[in-house]
Ligand binder design. Sequence first.
Ligand SMILES: C[S@@+](CC[C@H](N)C(=O)[O-])C[C@H]1O[C@@H](n2cnc3c(N)ncnc32)[C@H](O)[C@@H]1O
Length: 198
Amino acid sequence: MGENRAELAGHPDRIRWNARYGEGSGPSFVPHPLAARALSMPLPDGPVADLACGPSGGALLAAGAGRQVTAVDIAEVALGMLGQEAERRGLRGLITLVQADLREWHPRLACYALVLCTGYWDRDVFTTATGAVAPGGLLGWEAFTAEARPARPGLPAEWCLGPGEPAALLPSGFEVIDQHGIPDAGRGTKRQLLARRR
Ligand SMILES: C[S@@+](CC[C@H](N)C(=O)[O-])C[C@H]1O[C@@H](n2cnc3c(N)ncnc32)[C@H](O)[C@@H]1O
């Protein structure tokens, strides 16, 4: 993290998520099923990017497999938890923690063997993320759909996937491996995508 992120001090996403992580009983560091699935599949050489990572078990799993990981989140509380756990597991040197608003994040193009994002949706960030996937690499994404809104009245429409998304937004050169809905125990429906760049 190192850098001065003073420009994020008043960012509403940072404030909200830092508060949430501060209240919680502590992370489990269990990898998200999509992370576990993607990391079990054939991947080219290269690093992994975990976007809106939180205290990510997926980032730890990837680093445990010897991958360099770039873990991006706006909440330094979550990044601090991830960094501590990585340290405890002897993996800290493999994980670069980046505190950033993903809408301002500019990754290296066609560089990552896997770009993963679960629990966050922004159309422009998705477009940016597609450009970061290396040839032969995977893109994994999971977010709420618009059908989740009645069960979650505070969820703005722009944070929700529209019909057919995110697969419908993939640029040419990607092949959809799987996209399916996931009912989320009374909290609305999520949708999960796994795609490979040719
Ligand atoms: C629902 S949590 C998902 C965490 C983790 N990916 C998972 O699946 O458990 C959403 C994450 O998005 C991060 N986040 C929210 N707004 C963000 C933004 N504008 N830029 C970067 N990260 C953001 C939050 O700090 C939080 O860690």
